[in-house]
Design a binder for this molecule. Structure first.
Ligand SMILES: [Mg+2]
Length: 226
């Protein structure tokens, strides 16, 4: 293997933790008590909207507003979804939290492989979070869908990435990610090897990864045998 593509959220960065903290701050700002039920409600709505984006039924800008519109409607809250979305995005763009072992893994692989980030998201938000960490120099390329104009799992997303990598060979490339519907399906669409990072040991679906790991410490050894 020569090129390794890493998903960002919930593979390198603990997005669930960042999301929870940004959400708590946002709810409190708008006078909503951040109970577990309220936070769970938002998570379910948010996930459903991202799945619609992956199916190309919504744009990213629509997702950013719609998730709050549906959430505020469910709570019968009168705040403007656009305003709440902007407040939340601002909070989310501040800081980062690593998935256990992520930083150590990247430093161990750096130099032995070319590392690239592939993330669906808003370019400015992703870069703000990345720049608050020290991992940016470890990557040869940082590919954010907002800047490419197309999202994972589309083949076009990966084609745009591959075009920017010198001497790229899909047979020597692997993607590591936590999402079956965007990372693993995307890797399959693009014709590269897929490794599903499945820390909570969810059961697989109709999307079958080539390999599965439960913690990031397993990657180095696995790459040796690929
Ligand atoms: Mg992810």
């Amino acid at each position: 293997m020569k090129d390794i593509f890493f998903d960002l959220d919930d593979t390198i960065f603990d997005f669930k933790k960042a999301e929870a903290i940004a959400m708590k701050t946002t709810l409190e700002h708008y006078g909503i008590e951040p109970t577990q039920d309220v936070i769970h409600l938002y998570s379910v709505i948010n996930q459903s909207q991202w799945e619609l984006l992956e199916k190309k039924l919504l744009t990213k800008n629509e997702v950013k507003i719609r998730r709050f519109k549906l959430f505020l409607d469910a709570l019968m809250h009168t705040a403007k979804p656009e305003e709440v979305a902007a407040f939340y995005e601002n909070r989310l763009s501040i800081g980062h939290y690593f998935i256990e072992g992520a930083e150590e893994m990247l430093r161990a692989l750096h130099g032995a492989y070319r590392l690239h980030l592939v993330s669906n998201g808003v370019y400015e938000v992703a870069m703000s979070r990345l720049n608050s960490s020290t991992i940016v120099p470890l990557f040869d390329h940082i590919f954010i869908s907002g800047a490419l104009g197309v999202d994972k799992p589309a083949k076009e997303f990966f084609d745009a990435c591959f075009a920017q990598i010198s001497d790229f060979d899909p047979a020597q490339a692997v993607i590591v990610g936590d999402s079956l519907t965007s990372d693993i399906l995307g890797g399959k669409n693009a014709g590269i090897t897929t490794i599903w990072f499945n820390p909570h040991q969810k059961s697989a679906t109709s999307i079958i990864p080539d390999y599965e790991i439960n913690n990031l410490g397993e990657i180095e050894e696995l790459l040796h045998v690929l």
